[in-house]
Each structure stands twice: as structure tokens, then as C-alpha cells.
Design a protein around this ligand. Structure first.
Ligand code: NAD
Ligand code: UDP
Length: 322
């Protein structure tokens, strides 16, 4: 690693939902930030305000191809995260996770940079252990429609730990649980953005299944704080570390909360549950509390209100409107 006054940080997927908030925080912390994105699900508008800053640059690049940059830290976030988008081109999803990880680990090896992988609670699949602890190996269908994401993220974790053992890289693996907030795409099919947009448009709220399945939703600011804390841990901390909000909620309750917060008259509609949809999901964050002194601070009521405000403004004044 080269000693620089300010760390030079590569953020892949930096124009996406989580990546753009991460870039913002790193720019504020005076890092030199290189954002790499192929704009598959990311948007230039998410980081446009940063392009005026001297310590921020953006490169259009697909991480499945080699990249040559000199950096001290890498946050590897590039990968579509919503089922609609990762299932649209499943081969590209696997390539992004696997070839992308190999290319980014290659940079880390050459530059002796620290590298953090944005892994996911999906590595636990439809879990048989609840809440999920990091030592649980998961219950994943390797040939189902979600496998391009779940298995590719698992393979990326394998690569990270093999580079750690074989090449002594400084790795950090974060297993991110469902995260929400402003800048989610209105059409990415994830539950929070779907329900908020439907509520604001007074359309039916589309619950898949009977709504008894659970998730645990973390507001984006909390999550970004956890990622930065994990990157800044001492060398022996590798993870995997769960990052998420342990406040578990049924999808039915989430729908009712969003209807109430947005003041909508939408009614709930029910349609079939997608294949392999996990029944329960909740992180055990004991490890993150201990190692990172981190836990989410933003209640769902506050995070959802901020998200509703964001989408309300988007619907009134969408980006690109003349
Ligand atoms: P997102 O889709 O908004 O962001 C992903 C970004 O990666 C986009 O900007 C996209 O254009 C870019 N990208 C995709 N393929 C690429 C490629 N081949 N080369 C370069 N850029 C590419 O999703 P997000 O919610 O911000 O998720 C970011 C990361 O966090 C992903 O790796 C995702 O798996 C992980 N994660 C997110 C959540 C969540 O709830 N948001 C949960 C678990 C894990
Ligand atoms: N879901 C739903 N209606 C929607 C979108 C999603 O009921 O319009 C459900 C989905 O079936 C799942 C949960 O909400 O049980 C979370 O879905 P999401 O795609 O946001 O995340 P993931 O399944 O990857 O956790």
C-alpha cells in the first residue's frame, strides 16, 4: 500500500443506491474517491452533485473486465440487488459477482489495498436458523431463479477468503440485510420502493403470498456507517459480518405502515409468492455490535417517512423532466 495523505478509495457500483451514499460519506471524510459503474441499475443523477468536488471522479466501466487503478481501499458493491434486475440477465449477474470479484481482488493484490465485499443475507437462502448468525452456512437452492445472485455472492465470498488465505489480502466481508431509503429505483421491484410508489399513486399494494413472510429493514445511513466502520477495523477482522436492522416485520405490517405514513387510500392486493422467496429473515448483529460498536439508530417510522418524502418529490419532479 502506498502512503498517501488521503486514502484513495475505489467504490464499484458507486452510482447505485448504496454506492452513491457511500461515495458521499467518503468524499465528506476527505478521501479521494473513484466511483466505477456501468449504469446497469445505477444513475448519474445519484452522484452528479459529487462531480463538482475535487476529490471525486467517476468512470464508466463494467467490472467483469480488468481495470487498472492505484488505490488504497476498495468497496466492491457493483451488482444489481433487486430480484427483478438480477434475474433479468442472470448470466451477467453471476459474471459481475464472480469475474468482478476476481478483477477487484486482483487490484487489491497488486496495490496491497484493503478490500470490502458487499455480500448479502441471500447467502443464507431460505434460512432454517433464526435469527441468522454468521456461522450458519445457509439453505440455498443452487439451480433456482434466485441462484444467479445467491450462489454468485457465495462464490464471491469464497474467492475473498481464498485470496485472504493464499495471498494474505486484507479482506472485509459484509453480509448486508434488506436496506432501503431515498435513491432506490421506483421500478426495481423491491418491496419498500414498490409499496411506497403504489401508495403514493393510490394503486393497490401488491403483497406476494399472504404477507406473513418477514424481513428486517435497515435505513441506508445506518448501513453506510456500518460499511465504513467495517473497512476501518484492524487487519485481523475479516468478517463475514452481518449488517442490518434486527427489527423484524411481516410484509403485511410493512404495507400497513407505508399506507399510514403516506396517508394513502390504497387497498392491499394479494398475488402468488415467487419461487424460493425466503419465509423469514432477521440478522443477529451481535458480532457487529462487538467488533464495530455499531447498531442501527434510525427507526423504521423515520426511515420510511424520509423514503416516502423522496418518492413524493420524484413523482412530482422526476429527473430529466423538461
Ligand atoms: P443498486 O442496483 O442500486 O447498485 C448496484 C450498482 O452496481 C449499480 O449502480 C449498477 O449500475 C452497478 N453495476 C452492476 N453491474 C455492474 C458491473 N458489471 N460493472 C460495474 N457496475 C455495475 O443496488 P444496491 O442496493 O445499491 O446494492 C449495492 C450492493 O449491495 C450490491 O452488491 C448488493 O448485492 C449489495 N446488497 C444490497 C442490499 C440492499 O438491500 N440494498 C442487500 C444486500 C446486499
Ligand atoms: N414483496 C411483496 N410485494 C412486492 C415486492 C416484494 O410482497 O411488490 C415481498 C417479496 O416476495 C419478499 C419481500 O417482499 O417476500 C422482500 O422482497 P424484496 O424483493 O424487496 O427483497 P428480498 O426478497 O430479496 O429480501
Amino acid at each position: 500500500m502506498v502512503l498517501r495523505a488521503k486514502p484513495r478509495v475505489l467504490v464499484t457500483g458507486g452510482a447505485g443506491f448504496l454506492g452513491s451514499f457511500l461515495c458521499e460519506r467518503l468524499v465528506e471524510e476527505d478521501c479521494d474517491v473513484i466511483c466505477v459503474d456501468n449504469f446497469y441499475t445505477g444513475r448519474r443523477e445519484n452522484v452528479f452533485h459529487l462531480t463538482k468536488r475535487k476529490n471525486f471522479e467517476i468512470l464508466r466501466h463494467d467490472i467483469t473486465f480488468p481495470l487498472y487503478v492505484e488505490v488504497d481501499q476498495i468497496y466492491n458493491l457493483a451488482c444489481p440487488a433487486s430480484p427483478v434486475h438480477y434475474r433479468y440477465d442472470p448470466v451477467q449477474t453471476t459474471k459481475t459477482c464472480v469475474h468482478g470479484a476476481i478483477n477487484m481482488l486482483g487490484i487489491a493484490k497488486r496495490c496491497r489495498a484493503k478490500i470490502l465485499q458487499a455480500s448479502t443475507s441471500e447467502v443464507y437462502g431460505n434460512p432454517t436458523v433464526h435469527p441468522q448468525t454468521e456461522d450458519y452456512w445457509g439453505h440455498v437452492n443452487p439451480i433456482g431463479p434466485r441462484a444467479c445472485y445467491d450462489e454468485a455472492k457465495r462464490c464471491a465470498e469464497t474467492l475473498f477468503f481464498d485470496y485472504y488465505r493464499q495471498h494474505h489480502l486484507q479482506i472485509k466481508v459484509a453480509r448486508i440485510f434488506n436496506t432501503y431509503g431515498p435513491r432506490m429505483l421506483h421500478n426495481d421491484g423491491r418491496v419498500v420502493s414498490n409499496f411506497v410508489v403504489q401508495a403514493l399513486l393510490e394503486q393497490p399494494i401488491t403483497i406476494y403470498g399472504d404477507g406473513s413472510q418477514t424481513r428486517s429493514f435497515c435505513y441506508v445511513d445506518d448501513l453506510v456507517d456500518g460499511l465504513i466502520r467495517l473497512m476501518n477495523t484492524s487487519d485481523e477482522v475479516t468478517g463475514p459480518t452481518n449488517l442490518g436492522n434486527p427489527a423484524e416485520v411481516t410484509i403485511r405490517t410493512l404495507a400497513e405502515e407505508i399506507i399510514a405514513i403516506s396517508g394513502s387510500r390504497s387497498k392491499i392486493s394479494f398475488s402468488p409468492l415467487p419461487q424460493d422467496d425466503p419465509a423469514r429473515r432477521c440478522p443477529d448483529i451481535t458480532q457487529a455490535q462487538r467488533l464495530l460498536d455499531w447498531e442501527p439508530k434510525i427507526d423504521r417510522s423515520i426511515g420510511l417517512a424520509k423514503t416516502v418524502d423522496y418518492f413524493r418529490n420524484q413523482l412530482v419532479d422526476p429527473p430529466g423532466k423538461a
